[in-house]
Write a protein of this length. Structure first.
Length: 343
């Protein structure tokens, strides 16, 4: 292969430590959705649990199941996609806790679970991304309490998503969330954990942290697009492509748009070379052109994105150059490109 995505174990561990220190005493629920942001669930989950992370979470059951296989009893795994009956049964059987934001889904889980299903009930606090509407919440929590008394479910948590559109709107969402927790307790439920915030609110606003904070991109060192650099974190992944040819004053590297590198990046960003930053001139289907340097030779490593050690741009800097979110350059990296864990 002419390219690989190198995952720094030490950098990932340092990011996790910085995030945990920031949100303490709340616990980190580290998000490993989409194959751990394309870093590889197996490697990331292993590092996370070794570093003391006790909660992992994913939208998709595939990532959640892989995380649980690695973590075993060392971490609890939360999955919040609404699943069909067979998939819900298999996911519960693996010991994964499910997010439930729909009355029909609650009944489905209670019906298919072979043992007591561990669930987190979701209230819609205004984002309208699943979640039980507040006018339906009293009846929903009363039914959950009934199913819990019958041994069909155990309500481990109450949770929600917020829009993070403005502090004022988020404050309204938090008030709705607090009221929902009170209603659940009045119905006879006793949730162990409450979780409302994801990366931005969890990082910036202590009052949103509750018991758990769901953090994804920051753990991987990916800052928000148009957001400030975050002290203590840096990209854990470096996309490295080898020089395949030297042509005049330019070099050709072995990665292109078929590997997930956006063609629109050509002429907009720098990559890292043995001689420091050089312009990414153009992106082809399987190769890309980079401004050359003295003594450039086939086999030289070029960092397309990463923490900046060779002068390369971060994934978020690439994203900002083409008007997208910071995670996209990493998520677009082809699964055919090997993931290599480095110290």
């Amino acid at each position: 292969m002419e390219a690989e995505l190198r995952i720094s174990r030490s950098r990932l561990a340092a990011n996790i430590a910085a995030v945990r220190a920031r949100i303490a005493p709340a616990e980190l629920l580290m998000v490993v959705k989409d194959d751990a942001y394309a870093h590889g669930v197996d490697a990331v989950a292993a590092v996370a649990v070794e570093e003391g992370v006790r909660w992992l979470g994913a939208i998709d059951p595939r990532s959640a199941l892989r995380a649980k296989a690695v973590a075993g009893d060392r971490a609890r795994v939360f999955c919040w996609l609404t699943l069909g009956a067979d998939e819900a049964a298999a996911t519960l059987e693996a010991g994964i806790e499910l997010g439930v934001g729909d009355a029909g889904y609650l009944e489905r889980i209670a019906r298919v679970a072979r043992t007591t299903a561990v669930v987190h009930l979701k209230i819609d606090t205004g984002l309208h991304r699943n979640g039980v509407r507040r006018e339906d919440w009293p009846a929903f929590t009363a039914r959950a309490a009934e199913l819990e008394r019958a041994g069909r479910i155990r309500v481990a948590g109450i949770w929600s998503h917020i829009a993070e559109a403005s502090d004022e709107e988020d404050d309204v969402a938090r008030a709705l969330f607090d009221a929902a927790v009170d209603t659940a307790r009045a119905a006879g439920l006793d949730p162990e954990v409450r979780h409302l915030a994801a990366s931005a609110a969890g990082w910036a606003r202590p009052e949103f942290r509750y018991d758990l904070v769901r953090l994804g991109a920051f753990c991987y060192g990916i800052r928000s697009a148009d957001g400030p650099e975050i002290p203590g974190i840096a990209p854990a992944a470096t996309l490295v492509a080898r020089v395949t040819a030297v042509r005049g004053g330019d070099v050709e590297i072995g990665v292109g748009s078929l590997d997930g590198l956006p063609s629109s990046l050509g002429g907009r960003v720098d990559v890292g070379t043995p001689a420091g930053p050089r312009a990414l001139i153009s992106v082809g289907l399987t190769t890309s052109r980079v401004a050359g340097w003295p003594d450039a030779a086939p086999g030289d490593d070029v960092a397309v994105f990463g923490p900046g050690g060779a002068g390369e741009s971060s994934p978020t800097t690439l994203a900002e150059a083409i008007g997208t979110v910071g995670e996209e350059p990493v998520l677009r990296v082809s699964p055919l490109i090997p993931r290599v864990v480095t110290p």
